[in-house]
Ligand binder design. Sequence first.
Ligand code: RP5
Ligand code: MG
Ligand code: MG
Length: 259
Amino acid sequence: SFVHQKCRNVDVPYLGSQVYRTSVPDDLVKWNRDWADYAPPNYTDKKVHGQPWADPEISDQKFNPNWNAVDGKINRVSFVCQYTFDPKTLCPINPIGRTGLAGRGLLGRWGPNHAADPIVSRISDDGHLEFVAIQRRDNNEWAIPGGMVDAGEHVSQTLQREFTEEAMNGNIDKDSLKELWSDGKELYRGYVDDPRNTDNAWMETVVFNFHDSNGLLKNVDLQAGDDATALRWIRVDSKEPLYASHSYFIDLLKSAHSK
Ligand code: RP5
Ligand code: MG
Ligand code: MG
């Protein structure tokens, strides 16, 4: 079964910090494997505290979320399973297993943090399937231009908003891509092996493909914006390393187009 890798990296400190994860061997990822002395560092970035997009501390008396449910405007349902809780800290437990770090790191929500990933694709003039990729400002890796689902936002809005922000530098020329957005196909929904994941907070996403069969993007100025510092088309067969689980999502894109 699937074990996460990128959120167990011990070669570098956790993004934006000096904190190193406890090294978790493959065979001790699952929580049901005994590891009596497991005591990972507890780390939540200061930037997270007090943000409108972030939860309070678990111990905060005023914080009474509806776990495993749509909690007002926040989706706390996991695509993976009904998550459980650490009996000592009462924090939600990563359904894939240990990551070597407790707390939330850079993530705002305890439990699932929901994102959406728009894969905008086309066939190049010389016949290759390719997609719009951006370079992330936080760690310079190439990625699908995805982002977090805002409170109360519908996933279909997140997909368009994030693409517009990160790959069109905010140019709101909505109508030119109307046809593209109306014909999305879901490729994936579930856990993301994101390097920011912790034992108590993790990324989940919905991945949609918007394939430009009609050359609509020829009339659109693609340009990196917001959290993206560069943009380019990447061929699906380039084997180029991508952020988090994004290579897997591109494999799904490839299969969807080879049918
Ligand atoms: C990944 O992080 C998701 O697949 C999505 O691409 C991204 C969302 O986070 P930000 O881009 O907003 O940092 O796990
Ligand atoms: Mg974004
Ligand atoms: Mg993003």
